[in-house]
Each structure stands twice: as structure tokens, then as C-alpha cells.
Design a protein around this ligand. Structure first.
Ligand SMILES: Nc1ncnc2c1ncn2[C@@H]1O[C@H](COP(=O)(O)OP(=O)(O)OP(=O)(O)O)[C@@H](O)[C@H]1O
Length: 232
């Protein structure tokens, strides 16, 4: 199986809203892919479908050739839009929870990343700033040895200085057969680490391309192309 993610004729209707409209998409293994589009374009919906949190109205979505379910959850590490850390717990409690819950959790890697960002394991989640909580959540998610990382807005609340560290962490901590799908609006920050991009608008995929092709053939940055395609 060459593709970690495949969508065929994927449709998702919410009441009064067509969130995904007949999406055909393949995401190969071993790539870092940006899922880029304006507000409400369907990025989170696609990620939730891949993660089994939503079910398709029509069409199929396959992760490593299987419909999302117990088997795919073993190989998918998901960072949601909002953190789900338990407020009364300490960082150490969260480490223990992930360690118990996920067979592929690498606690040494998580401790190392926390130390580099000066986050104390004895700190209680509820005492942390929004950005620090986001860092902790991302570290937990990236410390799994997963095959597919689904990161929904991973650096939205994090200060610019920490963004670079976090992006480097993403590159450094995934194995080369794994795939990272990152939904973000912060394109200029993220494009340095992307191999491919998917542009999505009003529930339809409007462009898929490698970043090299955008730079070489169109002589543009991904950020410049995004602004051109989605100009209001
Ligand atoms: N649970 C829901 N019920 C009804 N409509 C929904 C629901 N979730 C999403 N939608 C709608 O589906 C469309 C796509 O939403 P989605 O959250 O996937 O967009 P997005 O690209 O992630 O947006 P953003 O960049 O603002 O996070 C939007 O019009 C949104 O209002």
C-alpha cells in the first residue's frame, strides 16, 4: 500500500452545509503535506473523517487501505484544533496516560522535547498558558511512533520563536515512512517543511502539487500562490 490516505468521491453534509464535495485525493507515504484553505473550507472535516470522528455521507476514505476504525487508530496520531489535556492533571500524569494508552508512545522522546522547551513535568495543566498547553499537546502527539500524523492547526497559538522549534521537531521526530498532514493558515511559517500541498476551497480540492513544482514551475512561494488563488 503506497498511499496512507485515499479519498474517493468523498462527501460530507452537515445540516444546511456541504462541507466536502466529492473529494478525490491520495496522500502517499513518507510525505509532509500541507492542507491549506480559507476558513470553513473543510480542512478539519477531512481530518476528522480520516480519524473516524465523523463518517462520510457518501464515498470512501481509507487510511492505509482500511476504513477508519480500531485498526487505523493504532497508526494515526491526531492533534485536534483544541487541546484536550485534562486540566487538573500534571504534565507527568499526561505522559503516563499516553504511555498506558498508546503502544507506540515514546516517553523518552516526549521528556526530551519537554525539557528543550523548558516545560516542567510536575507543572499542572491548568496553570499553563494557552501556547504552552499547545506545545505539550503537540509533543504528546509527535511522541507516538505513528504512521500518519493528522495535525489540525498545530502552531496557531504558539509564539514565533517556538514555532521554528516545533516545526523542526515535527521533521526530526517522524520516521521517513510516516506521513504528516498539517492544516494551517500560517503558510509562510510552515512551507519550509512541506513536501506537498493540497489547496481546498468550499469543500473541493482545487490544487494538489509538490512544493518544488510550485517554486520551480510557477516561481512562487506557497504563501504567494495561496494568496493568489484565494484572493477575496
Ligand atoms: N458539526 C457541524 N455542524 C454543522 N456544520 C459544520 C459542523 N462542522 C463543520 N461545519 C461546517 O462545515 C464547513 C467546513 O468546516 P471545517 O471546520 O471543516 O472548516 P475548516 O477549513 O477547518 O475551517 P477553519 O480554517 O476556520 O478551521 C463550515 O461551513 C462549517 O461551518
Amino acid at each position: 500500500m503506497e498511499n496512507i490516505l485515499e479519498c474517493r468521491g468523498l462527501v460530507k453534509f452537515f445540516p444546511n452545509c456541504l462541507a466536502l464535495n466529492n473529494v478525490d485525493l491520495t496522500v502517499p507515504k513518507g510525505r509532509i503535506v500541507g492542507l491549506l484553505g480559507p476558513n470553513g473550507s473543510g480542512k478539519s472535516t477531512l481530518i476528522k473523517l480520516a480519524n473516524g470522528l465523523l463518517t462520510p455521507t457518501q464515498g470512501t476514505i481509507l487510511v492505509d487501505g482500511k476504513e477508519p476504525g480500531i485498526e487505523t487508530k493504532k497508526i494515526v496520531s491526531y492533534l485536534p484544533e483544541r487541546t484536550y489535556l485534562t486540566e487538573w492533571m500534571t504534565v507527568q500524569d499526561m505522559l503516563d496516560l499516553f504511555n498506558d494508552f498508546y503502544a507506540d508512545f515514546n516517553i523518552a522522546k516526549a521528556r526530551d522535547m519537554l525539557a528543550r522547551l523548558n516545560i516542567q513535568t510536575k507543572a499542572r495543566i491548568k496553570t499553563m498558558s494557552k501556547g504552552t498547553k499547545e506545545k505539550v499537546q503537540l509533543i504528546l502527539v509527535m511522541s507516538r511512533e505513528a504512521q500518519l500524523y493528522l495535525l489540525d492547526e498545530p502552531i496557531g497559538g504558539v509564539d514565533p520563536a517556538a514555532r521554528d522549534y516545533i516545526l523542526n521537531t515535527i521533521i526530526a521526530n517522524y520516521n521517513e515512512n510516516a506521513t504528516v498532514l498539517i492544516s494551517t493558515h500560517l503558510i509562510s511559517d510552515v512551507e519550509q517543511i512541506l513536501d506537498d500541498v493540497i489547496f481546498i476551497n468550499q469543500g473541493s480540492v482545487v490544487l494538489t502539487s509538490s512544493v518544488d513544482d510550485i517554486r520551480e514551475k510557477q516561481d512562487k512561494s506557497v504563501d504567494a500562490l495561496f494568496r493568489e488563488v484565494f484572493r477575496c
